[in-house]
Design a protein around this ligand. Structure first.
Ligand SMILES: NC(=O)c1ccc[n+]([C@@H]2O[C@H](COP(=O)([O-])OP(=O)(O)OC[C@H]3O[C@@H](n4cnc5c(N)ncnc54)[C@H](OP(=O)(O)O)[C@@H]3O)[C@@H](O)[C@H]2O)c1
Length: 257
């Protein structure tokens, strides 16, 4: 996830200087595929000195183990954690001198500049830095697809379901569409190409939910093929209840983590 974010941030105007702290220089170079960043192997490297924000990209269990070791690195800086399930209270306690603690829930589409990242921030009460840190983070995430701030940390679990996990839901839908095409007799390779390209086309056309609904109606002729398919998808046992169950399951899992 960290590499995808670095690539997304690097899509910007080049104003943002990124320093990646990695355990293995060569492995990180290979992972970042030439993204214009400085890679160092020590958190105390001089290149890190003038950074004003730290993004933590390790797994949740690793973050819980090493958070207190990160306190000196995070002091006086905004901290963005992408770790699922590691809450602001834990981070604030472990990183007492961070200016603002931000939890972010990105998805891998950030690398393509197309992932809207859910955000939640806490600062010390009355911290003058909170707004400034949020603005900086907005600017950082803009080339990756943007940011959306939530007032309530618990809503991050919902955002995770309908944004993070939902990337996989769209892929599941696309796989199922391809499989349905194959089952109905289409060549397997062609069924896959049609299903994937239709996802790409839908993504290219979609902007707002209102527009998506309008487009759906625009491509449906009364009594036609799309109307026949939609009657199943939007029926009593169709996508609505199925997705509600999928989203509820993802939210429940997020709350267990
Ligand atoms: N994957 C997603 O789609 C997604 C979406 C939203 C949020 N997230 C969050 O992103 C975080 C990372 O997930 P991921 O799937 O990207 O995991 P990952 O591919 O395993 O990446 C974890 C990174 O942490 C580094 N690391 C591990 N242990 C470390 C340690 N003790 N000290 C310093 N660095 C250490 C690893 O370095 P090495 O390469 O040296 O092992 C690696 O670069 C998680 O907290 C997850 O909740 C992931």
């Amino acid at each position: 996830m960290g590499s995808a974010l670095v690539k997304g941030f690097a899509r910007g105007d080049g104003e943002t200087r990124q320093v990646v702290i990695a355990r293995d220089l060569e492995r990180m170079q290979a992972r970042l595929e030439g993204a214009p960043v400085v890679i160092v192997t020590e958190a105390t490297a001089p290149e890190v000195l003038d950074c004003d924000a730290v993004l933590l990209g390790v797994k949740p269990q690793v973050l819980r183990e090493i958070a207190s070791e990160l306190a000196p690195l995070c002091a006086g800086r905004a901290v963005i954690s992408v770790a699922a399930g590691v809450d602001c209270a834990f981070l604030r306690h472990a990183l007492p001198e961070a200016t603002t603690i931000i939890r972010a829930l990105p998805n891998l589409a950030v690398a393509k500049g197309a992932g809207l990242t859910a955000m939640c921030a806490v600062a010390d009460p009355d911290s003058p830095r909170k707004l400034a840190d949020q603005c900086k983070v907005d600017a950082l995430f803009a080339p990756a697809g943007g940011s959306a701030w939530l007032d309530n940390e618990a809503d991050l679990d919902v955002a995770t379901a309908i944004s993070g996990s939902a990337l996989a839901f769209y892929f599941s839908f696309t796989e199922a569409l391809a499989a349905a095409g194959r089952a109905a007799g289409l060549d397997a390779e062609l069924a896959g190409r049609f299903a994937v390209q239709t996802l790409v086309g839908a993504g290219a056309m979609a902007e707002t939910l209102e527009q998506v609904t309008a487009l759906k109606h625009a491509v449906t002729s009364k009594g036609g093929t799309t109307a026949a398919g939609r009657a199943i998808l939007e029926g009593e046992h169709g996508l609505g209840p199925l997705l509600q169950d999928a989203v509820d399951a993802a939210i429940a899992r997020a709350r267990q983590l």
